[in-house]
Design a protein around this ligand. Structure first.
Ligand code: ROI
Length: 162
């Protein structure tokens, strides 16, 4: 069994409702009562600025699915919630589920890179991750706390718990 962290992001079609529905769908992938959802954040878009704010969060659970089986499950949830893969890079989306970490695995193929290739720069990922696992150390040996020190949090706002 491996501990996984999934980043959730949405900025279209009632993003808060999209994130809530995704949390419910992820709960079905986890062992019973073994999932924890971070507080949610509103964040300014990274990439093109002419798109709505995002709602972001992270969920943590243990799974027996392999990394690629978990990726299939995440993509199925994205599809169920109306995600259409667009040509435009970094455009708006109804739901993004990104596998951040799968245990201590370091992995790369054309479908999946572990840890997530850009997580170290993204405040909207690092802050909710730290809410769940403040003492986390990445597979490369870098403590999460160290990444937070060099990451500006001025474009994210924690939402009151729902
Ligand atoms: N920007 C923010 N703030 N949150 C996201 O989840 C997010 N996801 C993306 C891009 C378009 C890069 N920008 C984002 O995929």
């Amino acid at each position: 069994m491996s501990r996984v962290f999934i980043a959730l992001g949405a900025n279209l079609n009632q993003p808060l409702a999209q994130i809530k529905a995704a949390q419910a769908a992820l709960t079905k992938l986890a062992h019973p009562n073994q999932i924890v959802h971070s507080p949610l954040y509103q964040s300014q878009p990274m990439g093109p600025a002419d798109q709505p704010c995002f709602i972001n969060g992270v969920s943590m659970f243990d799974t027996e699915l392999s990394p690629l089986a978990l990726l299939d499950a995440l993509q199925a949830i994205e599809q169920q919630q109306g995600r259409v893969r667009k040509v435009e890079r970094w455009g708006p989306r109804t739901l993004d589920l990104d596998m951040l970490l799968y245990g201590d695995i370091i992995y790369e193929d054309e479908r999946l890179t572990l840890p997530h290739y850009d997580m170290k720069q993204r405040a909207f990922v690092l802050y909710p991750l730290a809410d769940l696992a403040p003492d986390l150390v990445l597979p490369c040996g870098t403590p999460l706390a160290q990444l937070l020190l060099s990451c500006q949090a001025d474009d994210i706002t924690q939402l009151p718990s729902q």
